[in-house]
Ligand binder design. Structure first.
Ligand code: AMP
Length: 251
């Protein structure tokens, strides 16, 4: 086989997602054909080591991507901020969001929306950057960005290392944030992880990916993602781009 492929995996506890299984882990790659076997092997290892426990159902999906459909974009430049407390980190996040033309009201609503989630969503909420009103209608599922990867793994990882970063979390977050930032009408993003051991989060904009530590307390299993967009954005079109447009990020 030749060309690019989308490889997606999701694992659940109890039974498959469609039958009400509890989501455990998911990941996806967009890779050259000759890497498919090793990528699937890596995904299986990731499930085996998952901090939330064992999977009962694992679903793999592999789809060919047409080269002509792929967009290539540059990775966002990385910044790093460390705060003394979660409260201080929240203020840093709100400041960064305001610098990206997001209103103070919408920025605070965004923080509170993630802070008060009873359980983590699988995707992102889309908020009006002026009023803070939620615009997507995906309820507790959220909008899931998909079909994205870095174009050259080695270059991308060395770009992360040059900022003192390594690990899958930052790799995936920077790819996702870079893709989101290429969407028409996008202004910024706020995210922190649902991994109980990972307390960093970030604010992204069209200009940067600003990693902020700690945006939550250790052992907290709730995370979330919010995309802030301009008023009047065509939401179905935006979701189509986020979910479906094959995107490779170049470091
Ligand atoms: P994570 O950084 O993977 O721990 O994810 C943190 C939160 O971001 C999750 O709880 C979801 O709400 C959201 N999220 C994770 N993956 C995606 C994705 N592919 N697209 C949109 N939102 C996501």
């Amino acid at each position: 086989m030749r060309g690019w492929f989308s490889v997606r995996m999701r694992a659940a506890r109890g039974c498959i997602h469609e039958e009400g299984g509890e989501h455990l882990s998911g990941c996806e790659r967009m890779i050259a054909a000759d890497a498919i076997r090793s990528i699937i092997d890596g995904m299986l290892q990731r499930i085996e080591k998952h901090p939330k426990g064992q999977a009962d159902a694992i679903n793999f999906r592999i789809d060919r991507i047409e080269e002509a459909d792929i967009v290539r974009i540059n990775a966002l430049p990385i910044e790093n901020r460390v705060a003394a407390t979660v409260e201080e980190a929240e203020e840093v996040a709100i400041h960064c969001l305001k610098e990206s033309c997001i209103s103070p009201q919408a920025a605070r609503i965004g923080v509170q929306l993630i802070r008060h989630l009873k359980s983590s969503m699988r995707g992102a909420m889309i908020l009006d950057a002026e009023s803070g009103v939620r615009l997507d209608e995906t309820e507790s599922r959220g909008v899931r960005l998909s079909h994205m990867d870095c174009e050259d793994e080695e270059k991308f990882l060395s770009f992360l290392r040059s900022h003192g970063l390594n690990g899958t979390k930052t790799r995936e977050a920077l790819i996702l944030a870079s893709k989101a930032s290429a969407m028409d009408g996008y202004l910024g993003e706020l995210c922190w992880s649902d991994d109980p051991g990972y307390v960093s989060g970030y604010v992204a904009s069209t200009k940067s990916y600003c990693r902020i530590t700690p945006l939550k307390n250790h052992a907290n299993p709730i995370g979330g993602r919010i995309l802030f967009v301009k008023k009047g954005l065509n939401i179905p079109k935006a979701i189509q781009f986020l979910e479906k447009k094959p995107t490779l990020v170049i470091a």
